[in-house]
Write a protein that binds this ligand. Structure first.
Ligand SMILES: [Mg+2]
Length: 224
């Protein structure tokens, strides 16, 4: 951050198991049941999304449908309806535009909002945005609030589903100190294992190494 510059306020807004949530909303008889959306088992399909009831059984998105059904035999698997999901996403996008024009969509159900110039405080603002989306669509979402996209995205996972978490600029050093390195996008299993050899598990521990030390140890994959 530049000296004296006003910190940015970024909200990462993420709909909760978007496709599955839409299906359950549109078919109330599915409420409370494990539901997945994706390809059928007999066509070697893969799940695109599943709801939290299904996740309790270890079902995950991108899992082959036959495997999901092994873990959760009562799983209801529905075909995707992308026309409906896109329509819903457009309604949500319209709501977001009421609060800021600085929107960076990541997918149909996820976006960064820069609300630095909004007169409202970002935490309460995220509450209002999520409440407005719920009133309009009957779908829940989660939000992370932080001074940059990286932190906002990590924060939106913390109180998911139907919750939010804010990291204020003052809280950033403490937040990063304890944050597992794996939470940083781009650090996968391989780099995580390499860093563990150095005794590095958190971003705080990572910060104690110089960039050139890390480059030497991990190779250019970790360079900026
Ligand atoms: Mg989502």
């Amino acid at each position: 951050m530049e000296k004296n510059a006003k910190p940015r306020a970024i909200i990462h807004l993420d709909m909760d198991c978007f496709y599955a949530a839409i299906e359950v909303r549109d078919r109330p008889s599915l409420r409370g049941k494990p539901v997945g959306v994706g390809g059928a088992r007999d066509r070697r399909g893969v799940l695109t999304t599943c709801n939290y009831e299904a996740r309790k059984f270890g079902v995950r998105s991108a899992m082959p449908t036959f495997m999901a059904l092994q873990r959760c035999p009562n799983l209801i698997v529905l075909p995707t309806r992308f026309d409906v999901y896109r329509r819903e996403a457009a309604v949500i996008r319209g709501i977001l535009h009421r609060f800021t024009s600085l929107i960076e969509p990541l997918s149909l159900d996820e976006a960064y909002l820069d609300v630095t110039e909004h007169p409202g405080a970002p935490g309460p603002l995220a509450q209002v945005i999520r409440g407005t989306i719920f009133r309009k669509t009957k779908l829940t979402s989660s939000a992370g609030i932080g001074p940059n996209k990286l932190i906002a995205k990590i924060a939106s996972e913390i109180n998911k589903p139907n919750g939010q978490f804010e990291v204020t600029p003052e809280q950033v050093p403490e937040f990063m100190e304890k944050l597992p390195v794996r939470k940083i996008s781009g650090i996968g299993e391989k780099t995580e294992r390499k860093l563990e050899e150095l005794g590095v598990k958190t971003c705080g521990q990572l910060q104690r190494f110089s960039r050139s030390d890390l480059l030497e140890f991990c190779g250019p994959a970790i360079s900026p």
